[in-house]
Design a protein around this ligand. Structure first.
Ligand code: PLP
Length: 375
């Protein structure tokens, strides 16, 4: 990146990070070096307090007890833990056309061995889902789990997760909410039974970290076993939360960095920056719509995330990506690890060019994109 580069790939991973995140990570590498719950040193106990602080902040965000937050290596890891830990032979799963590969692929792996009945709810041309479709699907036959992406990473459509959760509960199904795109950007305490997210998107933390949160009465079977730093004389992995899901040495610097990101986000500095990002993407959308050569994917109703996807009449998405890259604009092209959504939004032939913004986005991004695409 140079000073003149424009970063518009926030939906893949947020950048830049708030300064306190860098400070916390560097301080761990430089001055600390130990993990929580590994050894009894004062230093280890101080780290444990920092890790617990991050857990508490995430718990508040999810409206779950702190000990029901397990750190994972990312949303993908957490989704695998939830799906593998919950689903049993013959279960029915209701999921959606908007899902990320981190739901699609574990479900595909589990479908045949477990004989799962997977029902996929379609979305409209903006990637929005209609709760009435869930009501119909749930009424068809008993369902174990609804796996729902809170927001589409392709179109920015934010789904009515509270209503879908209510319908799931009425039909005796659990709601697994993939809040990877919304955690940090929208309220995620919407009554889901399980919530997962990555640290490195709108939570503004580092990559290589995520979490699995589960309500008190929801207990996936652990599927990874190993050292936990506790009960070390026992052969059997402890079954208490969160240890049951935290096998192996944790990513302590990332957890402390995420804690710093959450503290910074709660400090009030963030709101105006998020509003700027939303305005920049609205302007980008408007500017793209003025260009004769591109088709902008429909904007979902309500309050979408700051994401705009488009296709070009003469160039494929990858070629547009090269043009933008040459102009110093960092974006993402293709199917965005969301294989099922593209039929509905009319982009099955090559995917989209996705521009997504977050705090500190360059305010001249719309002009820069238009200049790069102008014939
Ligand atoms: C909606 C959604 N779910 C899950 C993931 C997976 O996140 P990670 O790769 O950090 O595990 C992503 C990341 O792109 C995403 O956008």
């Amino acid at each position: 990146m140079t000073e003149r580069d424009v970063y518009l790939d926030f939906a893949a991973t947020s950048w830049p990070k708030p300064t306190p995140v860098l400070t916390a990570i560097q301080a761990w590498y430089q001055d600390v070096g130990v993990s929580a719950s590994r050894g009894d040193s004062m230093r280890s106990q101080e780290v444990a307090a920092g890790v617990q602080d991050t857990r508490r902040r995430l718990a508040r965000m999810c409206a779950m007890p702190p000990h029901r937050i397990a750190f994972t290596s990312g949303a993908t890891d957490a989704l695998n833990l939830a799906l593998r830990g919950l689903l049993r032979p013959g279960d029915r799963v209701v999921t959606t056309a908007t899902e990320h590969s981190s739901v699609v692929r574990p479900l595909t792996e589990l479908r045949d061995p477990l004989g799962l009945d997977v029902r996929i709810i379609p979305c409209d041309a903006s990637g929005s889902l209609d709760p009435a479709d869930f009501e119909r699907a749930l009424a068809e036959r008993p369902t174990r789990l609804v796996a729902l992406s809170h927001a589409s990473n392709v179109t920015g459509a934010v789904q009515d997760a509270a209503e879908i959760g209510r319908l799931a509960r009425n039909h005796g199904a659990l709601l697994l909410l993939d809040a990877s795109q919304t955690a940090g950007a929208r309220p995620i305490a919407v009554g889901a039974d399980l919530v997962v997210a990555s640290a490195h998107k709108a939570l503004l933390g580092p990559p290589g970290l995520g979490f699995l949160a589960a309500a008190m009465d929801v207990d996936p079977a652990p599927t990874r076993f190993g050292g936990t730093g506790s009960s070390t004389a026992l052969d059997r992995h402890p079954r208490d939360w969160p240890t049951a899901f935290e096998a192996g040495t944790p990513n302590t610097p990332a957890i402390l960095g995420l804690g710093a990101a959450l503290a910074w986000s709660e400090s009030g500095e963030r709101e105006a920056l998020d509003e700027t990002a939303a305005r920049v993407v609205r302007e980008l959308r408007g500017a793209l719509e003025q260009l004769g050569s591109v088709r902008v994917v429909a904007c979902p109703a309500g309050s979408p995330l700051p994401i705009v996807s488009f296709t070009h009449d003469a160039l494929d998405a990858a070629e547009v990506g090269v043009l933008l890259d040459e102009a110093g604009i960092i974006c993402r092209t293709g199917f965005h690890c969301a294989p099922w959504i593209h039929d509905a939004i009319g982009t099955a032939s090559g995917g989209t060019v996705r521009l997504s913004a977050g705090p500190w986005v360059a305010e001249d991004a719309p002009q820069r994109v238009v200049e790069a695409l102008a014939p």
